[in-house]
Ligand binder design. Structure first.
Ligand code: ZN
Length: 176
């Protein structure tokens, strides 16, 4: 397990279609999962996708918990989602603030489905099917985009809905 370097916007790997993981039980995949979890925690991320550490694999971590970057986040144990799929979604999208460890210093209002049905393989090789809602559903959709070469900036409806991290934190304080 080691901390990994997070690549930033402009690095070509962030724009590639990531490839399916074929051997979940293998040491390299298991080590990548451990390192992604440690890297997300150290960077105060609530999720991280393998392409963000320059591995073009269909694998991400969802690790929602309150932290410096997302004080309101719900708590869950960090979960590796391998070859994930969005199976179905509700009709409603809502806009919410997102940031990205690969797009430093910027936050944007991003529309996402509030309720989704997802499927993935866990790190033990078992197929999981779940309903996700709210902030965790948002994280899933953000991370799935990374596997398809998209970043949250591609989903923002207007550049007027982008703000600096500093303005974002000032607004959060004002809202208490
Ligand atoms: Zn991201």
């Amino acid at each position: 397990m080691s901390l990994l370097n997070i690549i930033q916007l402009g690095h070509p790997t962030l724009r590639q279609l990531a490839q399916p993981v074929t051997n979940i039980a293998s040491d390299p995949v298991q080590q990548l999962i451990d390192s992604l979890m440690a890297t997300a925690q150290q960077a105060h991320g609530v999720g991280i996708a393998a392409p963000q550490v320059n591995h073009s694999d269909r694998l991400f971590i969802v690790a929602s918990r309150p932290n410096l970057r997302y004080p309101q986040a719900p708590t869950m144990s960090p979960t590796a989602m391998i070859n994930p799929e969005l199976v179905a979604h509700g009709e409603h999208q809502v806009k919410g603030w997102e940031g990205c460890l690969s797009v430093p210093s910027i936050r944007g209002q991003v529309p996402r489905y509030t309720e989704i049905e997802v499927a993935y393989w866990d790190r033990w090789g078992d197929r999981q099917q779940q309903i996700l809602s709210g902030f965790v559903a948002r994280i899933f959709q953000h991370e799935l985009d990374h596997l398809n070469g998209l970043v949250f900036l591609d989903r923002v409806e207007s550049t007027a809905e982008l703000v600096s991290e500093q303005v974002y934190s000032e607004r959060q304080k004002d809202e208490g």
